[in-house]
Design a protein around this ligand. Structure first.
Ligand code: SF4
Length: 332
């Protein structure tokens, strides 16, 4: 089983080597926007779903080629589900820190930060990126569809507590879905919780990749900008980014104490990185990718992917009269 993917260009982290800790979709959420697919094992049980030694052996093999390691900016621990459910997380993070010498980031849905063992495991990471999409119970249930064992209040207190204890960078990701957690009441409640946390950044996202449920619709760019500006001006978070369809940064300028807005369009290599990440999850048509990434049309996707198709990194396959792009040989 392959637990390592990439390195791919991540718009947030740079050239990122991914480590996937789970063999299939195991999670304590079944989010409507999930791009991995339906949760096959909805559980809060923390255990060694894959032998830790097997994952470490794969990392060791990758690290034994210095040229490959040279191309990596950051190692990102993630999963086809929730990585903190793997009980070997701490050992894997310590090994990554010692063996790679690269910054290590962990993506998590934030549910387990109230657990002492999980908080201790994460303490060696350089960047932890937990999610918190909704703090109102009804929106939380509709959006994240948690397992019965997840307690929203405990999750929020865990996030707040962890934010004050963790000494690395903590970036809170908030994903907003139209008609579910975008109301004024939801944003107001979220801001109240953010005010209690010590964060390096808030990252606002919306449904930017094919979601599990078709009814999970993105909010507009204007809605994201309005929310970002509110968070930047009503909390002490030093930086608020929008990470869907380009990156905007709302940063408080120290001298003026005001909110400054800067918008950078995605660079070509970041777009290609986004496409690679989509294709690693599932085959897509050029139309799908163009729509999801808000590009000018399928021709633009074809042009961007041409070098990768020529090199064999990405393959094309005809299925029911449509051409699908597949990543590498992993779907063969
Ligand atoms: S927490 Fe992440 S992996 Fe789990 S269902 Fe939600 S989006 Fe998917």
């Amino acid at each position: 089983m392959n637990h390592i993917f990439g390195p791919v260009n991540s718009r947030r982290l740079g050239r990122s080597l991914g480590i996937d800790l789970l063999p299939r979709k195991i999670c304590n959420f079944d989010c409507i926007y999930c791009e991995v697919g339906p949760t096959t094992n909805l559980t809060c049980e923390r255990r060694e779903y894959v032998p830790t030694g097997e994952i470490i052996a794969e990392i060791e093999e990758f690290c034994s080629d210095p040229a490959r390691m040279e191309s990596v900016d950051v190692v990102t621990v993630t999963a086809s589900g929730e990585p903190t459910l793997h009980s070997g997380l701490g050992r894997i993070l310590r090994f990554l820190k010692e063996r790679t010498g690269k910054p290590v980031a962990v993506l998590t849905n934030g549910t387990n930060l109230s657990r002492r063992d999980v908080a201790a495991d994460l303490s060696v990471a350089d960047v932890v990126i937990p999610s918190l999409d909704a703090v109102l119970p009804e929106s939380f249930r509709k959006l994240n569809r948690p397992a019965r064992c997840v307690d929203l209040g405990e999750m929020i207190e865990g996030l707040v507590g962890f934010s004050h204890a963790f000494t690395g960078e903590l970036w809170l990701e908030v994903l907003i879905v139209k008609g579910i957690n975008d109301s004024g009441e939801n944003i107001e409640a979220l801001i109240k919780v953010i005010r209690r946390m010590k964060l390096s950044r808030v990252q606002l996202n919306t449904v930017a990749r094919p979601p599990l449920e078709k009814f999970a619709r993105p909010v507009s760019r204007e809605a994201l900008e309005e929310t970002a500006a509110r968070i930047a001006s009503e909390t002490a978070v030093p930086r608020v980014d929008i990470i869907a369809h380009g990156i905007s940064t709302f940063a408080r300028t120290a001298e003026e104490g005001r909110t400054k807005i800067k918008f950078d369009y995605l660079k070509q290599e970041e777009l290609i990185g986004d496409i690679e990440q989509m294709l690693q999850r599932r085959p897509c048509t050029a139309e799908d990718m163009s729509r999801t990434l808000a590009l000018s049309g399928p021709e633009e996707v074809e042009r961007l992917l041409e070098p990768l198709v020529k090199s064999g990194t990405i393959k094309k396959r005809l299925h029911e009269d449509r051409i699908y792009y597949l990543y590498g040989g992993n779907q063969e």
